[in-house]
Write a protein that binds this ligand. Structure first.
Ligand SMILES: C[S@@+](CC[C@H](N)C(=O)[O-])C[C@H]1O[C@@H](n2cnc3c(N)ncnc32)[C@H](O)[C@@H]1O
Length: 339
C-alpha cells in the first residue's frame, strides 16, 4: 500500500522550498527548480556529514541560499558567491540572521579554490546566467524591451571594469561578430552575418549602437517582424544573449567554475548545476561525463554509471508560472574521490 502522508524528510524539503520562494517577487527574482536542487543538497549533506558547508556559487537575490539555510541544520554553513556587488544587499540581512552560518563573497565563481572554505564542501550549486533584478534594471543594459532602454553595458560586475557590449560592437571585426552571434547565441549563420555586416556599416557611418534600443532596433530591422511571430520571442534575443556571454566571459567562467567545484568538493559531495540553454548544458554534461582524476588510474571524478546523462526539467505547473523555468535544466554529479 502506498502512503500519501509526507515523510519528515519530504515535508522538510517542502518547507525549505517555501522559504526559498517567500518574498521572491519583491526581491525581483523567482528561483527555479528549487525542490530538486534542495533535495540534491540535503542528500549530499547526509553523505558528507552535517559539519560541512554548501557553496551557493551564484547567490543572486539569495533565493536558493534561503532554502539551503532552511533545509540544512545549524551545523551546516553556507557560502554565497556573486560577482555582482549589488547582490550584497540581499546577503546582508540573511547574514545578520545567521551570523555563524552564512558568509558572502563578491567574486567570480572561477576563483572558488582561492576562497576561504571553512568546512568540508558537501555541495556546490550553480544557477547560471543573469538574475531578473539585473535584467529589469535599464541602467545595466541587459534588456531589449523598449520600456527598458539603457546604455549597452551588460557587465555582470561593472565594479570590476572591463569591456561593455557597446565596446565589443564598436571594435570587433565583422567575421568575429558574426561567429559570436552563431556560437554563443545560436543565431542562424546567414542572419548572424547580415547583423554583423549592418553593425559594421553603422559604425563606419559613425552610428554604432550605444544603447539597448539602438541595437534591438537594428537587429529587428534585419530579421523582420516574421522572426517575432515564428519564434515567439524578440528578434534580438539571441544577439543579446551572445553579447552578454561574451562581455562576461561566461563559457570560460563556467569551465573554470566546474573544475574548481570538482577540486573543492568532499567525497560524496554534489555538483548541482541549473543551466538555461544548450551551450551551457552541453559544457556541464560533457564535464560530468569526462572529468577524470589527474593521477593514474584516471578514475571518473563523478560517480554513477553514466554521470551527466540524466537531467531534470521543470514540471509544467512551474513553467506555466515562471517563464525562466521553461528552459531550465538541472544536472547533478556526485564527487567520487576513491582512487
Ligand atoms: C540566475 S541568478 C541566481 C539566482 C539565485 N539562485 C536566486 O535564487 O536568487 C545568477 C547569478 O549568478 C551571478 N553570476 C553569473 N555568473 C557568475 C560568475 N561567473 N561568478 C559569480 N557570480 C556569477 C549573477 O550575477 C547572478 O546574480
Amino acid at each position: 500500500m502506498t502512503s500519501t502522508v509526507p515523510t519528515a524528510r519530504q515535508s522538510g524539503i517542502a518547507s525549505a522550498t517555501a522559504a526559498a520562494l517567500a518574498g521572491a517577487s519583491e526581491r525581483g527574482h523567482e528561483p527555479v527548480l528549487v525542490e530538486p536542487v534542495l533535495q540534491a543538497v540535503v542528500d549530499a549533506v547526509a553523505r558528507v556529514g552535517p559539519r560541512s558547508m554548501v557553496v551557493d556559487a551564484t547567490f543572486g537575490c539569495g533565493g536558493y541560499t534561503r532554502g539551503l539555510l532552511a533545509a540544512t541544520g545549524e551545523e551546516t554553513k553556507v557560502l554565497g558567491i556573486d560577482r555582482d556587488a549589488s547582490m550584497e544587499i540581499h546577503a546582508a540581512p540573511l547574514a545578520e540572521r545567521h551570523p555563524e552560518r552564512l558568509a558572502f563573497a563578491c567574486a567570480p565563481f572561477s576563483t572558488i579554490t582561492s576562497l576561504e572554505l571553512s568546512a568540508p564542501v558537501a555541495a556546490v550549486v550553480f544557477d547560471l546566467g543573469l538574475n531578473s533584478a539585473a535584467l529589469d534594471d535599464p541602467a545595466r543594459g541587459f534588456s531589449f524591451r523598449p520600456t527598458h532602454d539603457g546604455p549597452l553595458d551588460m557587465r555582470m560586475s561593472p565594479q570590476a571594469g572591463g569591456e561593455t557590449a557597446a565596446d565589443l560592437v564598436a571594435r570587433m571585426p565583422e567575421l568575429e561578430l558574426s561567429a559570436l552571434f552563431t556560437d554563443l547565441g545560436g543565431e542562424r549563420p546567414r542572419l548572424a552575418a547580415r547583423i554583423a555586416q549592418a553593425l559594421v556599416a553603422a559604425r563606419e557611418a559613425g552610428a554604432a549602437p550605444t544603447t539597448t534600443q539602438e541595437l534591438a532596433s537594428l537587429v529587428a530591422r534585419i530579421k523582420g517582424s516574421k522572426a517575432r511571430r515564428k519564434r515567439d520571442h524578440h528578434p534580438a534575443t539571441l544577439v543579446f544573449q551572445a553579447l552578454r556571454m561574451a562581455v562576461n566571459h561566461e563559457m570560460d567562467e563556467l569551465r573554470a567554475g566546474l573544475a574548481g567545484a570538482r577540486d573543492v568538493l568532499a567525497d560524496g559531495g554534489a555538483l548541482v548545476v541549473v543551466s538555461y540553454h544548450s551551450g551551457e548544458d552541453g559544457v556541464v554534461k560533457r564535464f560530468l561525463r569526462s572529468s577524470r582524476s589527474a593521477t593514474p588510474p584516471h578514475k571518473h571524478s563523478f560517480g554513477g554509471p553514466t554521470p551527466g546523462a540524466k537531467s531534470i526539467t521543470a514540471p509544467r505547473a512551474e513553467a506555466a508560472t515562471n517563464p525562466r523555468a521553461r528552459s531550465a535544466r538541472l544536472r547533478v554529479g556526485i564527487r567520487d574521490r576513491s582512487n
